[in-house]
Write a protein that binds this ligand. Sequence first.
Ligand code: F6R
Length: 213
Amino acid sequence: MTSSIIASQINKKNDSVLGLATGSTPVGTYRNLVEQYRNGQIDFSHITTVNLDEYCGLEPKHPQSYRFFMDENLLKHVNINAEKIHFPTKNENFDTKIQKIGGIDLQLLGIGHNGHIGFNEPDTVFYNNTRVVKLAPSTINANSRFFDDVANVPKTAITMGMSTIMAARKIVLIAGADKTEIINKLSEDIVSPQFPASILHYHPDCTVILSLE
Ligand code: F6R
């Protein structure tokens, strides 16, 4: 379902700017998109991608970097122009860059068990831009499953801010069965910086997909 929403965005506007997320949840979506590309149903040649976040201190070729994840799961399998792939770095203003390329048409999001989106952890500020953040101990723990040792999980990351995410024209948040509790909480009518994803109640075009498979 999520891949069909992204595919129709690509087919509706062949030079769309797609905001992408990493993590376990979107792996199936990216697999479906690669399959649709191979079947000739979608074309990435004019697509631009901007990723939500990246760990600080990991080289793009590091197997746990988000750049490496995106290459392995999507980017190296489709006909995207390498110059149109963007990740936040400490050396430039990512928000200005996103504005220059026309803004995000569709932003894909996952959600943390603690309600984070991107790496905007609880007690966030609702109007922040892309910046370096300290990861919450619970996020370091959750992400340690990808590292040999919890000590090797970077302690900081650079993430799109709440304002960056909210400026996307369309948002699709996806969650698996393991996130049922937090998605139930999201369905309540409470908006609080303690629960970063709750800001999405104010977005005019946000779809939340809970997959119970
Ligand atoms: C990933 C990201 C994170 C994840 C979230 C859920 O780029 O920004 O917010 O979306 O931590 O991760 P998974 O899907 O691994 O449960």
